[in-house]
Design a protein around this ligand. Structure first.
Ligand code: NDP
Length: 604
């Protein structure tokens, strides 16, 4: 990758430009700009992939209920099986396991963290994915294979949405109510609801008036578009299509829409950073040469590099690890002059980031023919302010004569009408209505709303206290997993827990931790486990302290779901992930387990 170490740019000018672009995007409504999908909009959540199967309500009891059948729930189930726990029930809203990979079947969907580190439990299942970045259908099949391998379909409740979890103190069990009329009981519950699981719509005036066909990308309507996850959307050949949003999802589906639609309008508020993808089939000789333990080693190598921890070798060697490569080259080129203090490193990191983003902007210019379209597609913010994207066809799609970028200059779409989408240009004063047959919302998922709203159900703990009430001023947990007053409840989330760009890596660590705790609890003959007040308070203090260091970076970022739409505040500081990074978080959990006496947990 690039070897430059002398800046070819003016850092001050870039800092100013980044600040201007950020300020232009700040909105008074913050996170309130989005519309909850409910009421008249609820049909946007319907499952287009499977018919509903009726069943009688359940009132039975299980040892462990896992809410969510995505990677979190599957990993929890796998590690609990390994810990010798047999009586497990997976409860999943979708018609099958897979979570995000069950719902997101839009054309072009694929992982963009390398599949050899992203797909969990590869060695356990004796598999190596077919490509460096596997496509969604293979990942969904892998999810099913995990469920089969660890016998997690047994006793599972699919197409079942939890509506309430209520602790019954006298019985020492949770009562789980669902939209199927169930009132099942479980001694332990694991909440693996997923961090980006509730689709959202933009609260654009007139959104309810659109009379054409519309859907959210996480419920792709192939009956309308034709084709499948590989593209070939033949139903769109005579259709004018609009896409709102240019995040990681849009980047993957826009090339297929551009190839199929008569006319395609892509409405952009903030351009994504689009780096090289370079997908390739797996080399069978390489796959055959892998030694036992290879996946954990590769996951750790990647996790270290993206956390800024040097490794002698970069095993994954892609766009994610490139920025750290640039930082290390910069430091090496300065030799003994290099300033390795925290401030010195932060400033070297900023330069490496500028360098990386300059390269991203140059790539836009090299690929996109029309200069004003190219300019509009250039991102001006630090790389990790938003999720970086990787694609080799997205930018070139804008060279097609039928594809039109509508750059809303950071403002967003102005209105939606019965016929289409309106943008009022703030610079020229012109108002343009784009009439379309089909409107696709690539507007992402709720982040930063109440945990229980995103989960879709309330959690009612001891003495009738709800999790929403307890967390009204921000979350309160030990390790993000336990919250006092909610005994035997294990939460998998990013809040006060570890965050890695390789999300399943953290889910795997949380699952191993869960397996250890439940095995220990059983070993001690205990039936109840809960965080102590002191341990929880101490963990919250640690989270807040570490997050404050990150606040300046987040405040300077362009608005998005990483920084509460540009307004990181006290509550979001408290709700943030462990600020010392995922590698340090894993160590915290490992050292905690090594102590051997469940410190900070009360097991009775
Ligand atoms: P995002 O939240 O990333 O993107 C939503 C898009 O909608 C943004 O471009 C946003 O603009 C735009 N938007 C919102 N409101 C308006 C408006 N009023 N007018 C115009 N545009 C608007 O959602 P995605 O579904 O793309 O991705 C969500 C996450 O899912 C990713 O960040 C990633 O973590 C994950 N993902 C991973 C993939 C993978 O691994 N391959 C693939 C897809 C998703 P703005 O940026 O200005 O807010």
């Amino acid at each position: 990758m690039t070897e430059t170490t002398t800046p070819q740019f003016d850092p001050d000018a870039l800092r100013r430009k980044y600040r201007e672009e950020r300020d232009r995007r700040l909105r008074d409504e913050g996170n309130e700009q989005y519309l909850e999908i409910a009421g008249d909009f609820a049909h946007y959540l319907d499952d287009p992939y499977i018919e509903r199967v009726e069943r009688a309500p359940l009132t039975d009891t299980v040892e462990v209920a896992i809410i969510g059948g995505g990677f979190g729930g599957l990993l929890a189930g796998a590690r609990l099986r390994e810990a010798g726990i047999d009586d497990i029930r997976l409860i999943e809203k979708g018609g099958d396991v897979g979570g995000t990979w069950y719902w997101n079947r839009y054309p072009g969907a694929a992982c963009d963290v390398e599949s050899y580190v992203y797909l969990p439990l590869l060695e356990e299942l004796g598999k190596v994915p077919s490509e460096k970045y596997a496509h969604a259908s293979e990942i969904l099949q892998h999810s099913r294979d995990i469920a089969e391998h660890f016998d997690l379909y047994r006793n599972a409740c699919l197409q079942t949405e939890v509506t309430e979890l209520r602790w019954d103190d006298a019985d020492g069990r949770w009562i789980i109510s669902t939209d199927r009329g169930d009132a099942m009981r479980a001694r332990f519950v694991v909440l693996a609801n997923g961090p980006l699981h509730r689709p959202k719509l933009p609260g654009i005036p007139g959104v309810e008036t659109y009379a054409g066909h519309s859907f959210h990308t996480s419920r792709w309507d192939y009956a309308y578009t034709g084709g499948d996850a590989n593209g070939n959307l033949s139903g769109l050949a005579d259709k004018r299509v609009a896409v709102i949003g240019t995040g990681a999802t849009a980047v993957q589906c826009v090339p297929h829409l551009g190839a199929a639609a008569e006319e395609l309008y892509v409405f952009q508020r903030t351009p994504s950073s689009i780096d090289v993808r370079a997908n390739r089939p797996t080399d069978p000789d390489w796959a055959a040469s892998l030694e036992p333990g290879w996946q954990q080693r590769r996951m750790d190598n990647f996790n270290n590099l993206v956390s800024g921890i040097p490794e002698s070798e970069d095993l994954v060697n892609d766009g994610w690890t490139d920025i750290i490569g640039k930082l290390l080259i910069r430091i090496a080129s300065e030799g003994s002059e290099a300033d390795l203090s925290p401030d010195g490193l932060a400033s070297a990191m900023e330069l490496a980031d500028f360098e990386k983003m300059e390269q991203i902007r140059e790539r836009v210019e090299a690929i996109v023919d029309d200069p004003s379209t190219a300019e509009a597609l250039k991102p001006y913010y630090r790389q990790f302010c938003k999720r970086p994207c990787f694609h080799d066809e997205y930018l070139a799609t804008f060279n097609r004569p039928n594809v039109h970028l509508v750059d809303t200059k950071g403002r967003g779409v102005s209105r939606i009408t019965e016929r289409g989408v309106v943008f009022d240009d703030p610079d020229t004063g012109e108002s343009t209505e784009y009439e379309v047959d089909c409107l696709i919302y690539a507007t992402g998922f709720e982040v930063g709303t109440e945990y229980t709203r995103r989960a879709g159900h309330e959690v009612i703990g001891r003495d009738g206290i709800t999790l929403t009430e307890k967390w009204a001023d921000g979350a309160s947990t030990l390790h993000g997993m336990h919250s006092r007053g909610f005994p035997n409840c294990f939460i998998f989330s990013l809040v006060q827990s570890g965050f890695s760009v390789n999300f399943p890596h953290m889910l795997n660590e949380q699952s191993k931790h869960l397996g250890y705790i439940l095995a220990e609890v059983r070993e001690r003959g205990a039936t109840l486990v809960e965080a102590s007040e002191e341990a929880e308070a101490e963990w919250v203090r640690t989270i807040v302290e570490l997050s404050r260091n990150n606040l300046a970076f987040l405040e300077a970022c362009t608005p998005g779901y990483y920084n509460n739409e540009g307004r990181p505040q006290e509550r979001s500081v408290r709700n943030s992930s462990y600020g010392a990074g995922p590698v340090a978080f894993v160590k915290v959990l490992e050292q905690w387990r090594a102590a051997g006496d469940l410190p900070g947990l009360e097991a009775t």
